[in-house]
Design a protein around this ligand. Structure first.
Ligand code: IMP
Ligand code: MG
Length: 182
């Protein structure tokens, strides 16, 4: 990704869709939900890298159930805003999850292909339960029949960046979610 200058970089952030305060409030509600679902049962929280790293860090610090953290990585977007339709698991968990309670945290469900594949893979390992939580959901873009168990925000068909989400690896460090445009 090439920027002409700093203003070109900044001008691609078109509009703030979800503020840091709105995200924070939603994280609090999600953490409470996780606490009530698992009610003190040990849990493995699995973040899908890289997009979920900020979401994961915030959720982990708000839950009070005993939890381990783990990471997986799956690639469906390679460069810019174009999806290639194929999902590849590039990083897997380092432990067995049989009979464990597992929560997957993802940044966004777009076509649904990534989570459909990741959830099927984890389910095949026979966890005691599996709950899929996404920060953002773009249901208009769905290409496979997949629905997260919990979605914090439903957004229209726009390409968004910030709070972990990138365009060409940039903008992940924005504290809010914004529409991206060139
Ligand atoms: P899916 O497999 O099409 O559901 O895509 C999921 C992945 O695509 C997400 O984990 C993101 O990494 C990426 N993605 C989808 N939509 C956006 C977006 O609007 N901004 C940034 N990344 C996105
Ligand atoms: Mg992602």
């Amino acid at each position: 990704m090439v920027f002409k200058n700093v203003s070109d970089f900044k001008n691609r952030i078109k509009k703030i869709l979800i503020t840091a305060e709105e995200i924070d409030a939603a994280i609090g509600r999600a953490a409470k939900k996780i606490d009530s679902l698992y009610d003190g049962k040990p849990l493995i929280i699995v973040g899908i890298l890289k997009g979920s790293f900020v979401f994961m860090a915030d959720v982990c610090r708000r839950v009070t159930v005993p939890c381990e953290v783990g990471f997986m990585a799956a690639k469906s977007y390679f460069e810019g805003t174009q999806s290639c339709g194929e999902v590849k698991i590039t990083l897997d968990l380092h432990r067995d999850i049989e009979d464990c309670h597992v929560v997957i945290l993802e940044d966004i469900v777009d076509t649904g292909r990534t989570l459909n594949d990741v959830a099927a893979l984890l389910r095949s390992r026979k966890p005691a339960s599996l709950t899929v939580i996404t920060l953002l959901d773009k249901p208009d873009r769905r290409e496979v029949d997949f629905a997260p168990d919990i979605s914090l925000f439903t957004i229209p068909d726009l390409f968004v960046v910030g709070y972990g989400l990138d365009c060409g690896e940039y903008y992940r460090n924005l504290p809010y979610i914004a529409e991206y445009g060139e």
